[in-house]
Design a binder for this molecule. Structure first.
Ligand code: PAF
Length: 298
């Protein structure tokens, strides 16, 4: 695996690959887990060559958030990426990505202020800016993102469409621990007791999903069921429990046309997110079996 730290060299290396091969790209902030590696595997299955990036992007963290304590383990990450078949790794410094005088930002208005964007002002401006820059540097045919960050997927799909960026965004299924906890780099920051508590996000989604499976479509009923689960642990603070349109992130009243059920909660000092995507419960007014987006267990 070739490790490249400057945008110029990365651009040149990717251009050489793209001359005659399909290039897939997996952007990450490191602290890699099976979720990230599933993106690399999917990219490898669909492309000839896979590039990844590791960059803990300062502009997507607000002051007081966990930028400083975000887990960093570069050597270990490199071993995992190489073993999974990554050919090119872009690992720039913050100064390389944001040189003095850089004043251009990408803002996806509306969408960028919903769900995580509402509780983390400026977060999606930072994400959209760095991903636009990375896509310009790598110029891959496709780029792979985890469905766990469902709001991020919606924001980036809109950005790619609005800015005519010639890349296919591929959203990949959530990968879970055996007990159901969605894999996240931030899980490393959980204490042992908070690790147990963190399952509450999955339990809340499970409660809603079970109701959907029983035919319940009223969003408020599903939301109440999730809030009830969260209320069972006073040490967990809900940020949001939302039933929204997966593309616009706007609330929906019922789930008959499909919906994203998404939760965010503070478990101790760690903020975690999780979601389940329900697709087309009802087509042509025929009620069908609910289809939940596939999930993968490690
Ligand atoms: O999902 C992430 O890890 C980050 O938000 C991303 C897409 C790499 C941008 O910094």
């Amino acid at each position: 695996m070739q490790i490249i730290t400057t945008a110029r060299e990365m651009q040149q290396a990717c251009r050489r690959v793209k001359a005659n091969r399909r290039l897939g790209f997996v952007p990450t902030m490191g602290a890699l887990h099976e979720g990230h590696l599933s993106l690399v595997r999917r990219a490898l299955a669909e492309c000839d060559v896979v590039a990844a990036s590791i960059f803990v992007n300062p502009t997507q963290f607000a002051p007081g958030e966990d930028y400083e304590i975000y887990p960093r383990c570069f050597e270990d990450d490199c071993t995992k990426l190489e073993a999974t078949g990554t050919a090119l790794l872009f690992a720039p410094s913050a100064a390389e990505m944001y040189p003095e005088g850089a004043t251009t930002f990408v803002e996806v208005t509306g969408l960028g202020d919903r769900l995580d964007g509402a509780s983390r002002p400026g977060h999606f401006r930072g994400v959209a800016t760095v991903v636009a820059k990375l896509l310009n540097i790598v110029g891959s045919d496709s780029a792979y993102f985890g469905q766990k960050d469902a709001a991020q997927v919606a924001v980036l799909r809109a950005m790619i469409r609005d800015l005519n960026i010639p890349v296919e965004l591929v959203a990949c299924p959530i990968v879970r621990e055996r007990d159901g906890l969605a894999m996240s780099s931030r899980n490393r920051n959980l204490s042992e007791s908070d690790r147990g508590r963190a399952l509450i996000l999955h339990r809340a989604l499970d409660a809603a999903s079970r109701l959907v499976g029983d035919g319940e479509m009223n969003a408020e009923v599903l939301r109440s069921a999730m809030i009830e689960v969260f209320a069972s642990d006073a040490n967990v603070r809900v940020d949001y429990a939302a039933i929204v349109d997966p593309a616009t992130l706007l609330p929906v009243d019922d789930t008959s046309r499909g919906a994203l059920i998404a939760v965010a909660a503070w478990v101790g000092s760690t903020r975690l997110i999780d979601n389940v995507l329900i697709e087309n419960l009802r087509a042509d007014n025929l009620v069908r079996e609910p289809f939940f987006m596939e999930e993968v267990h490690a």
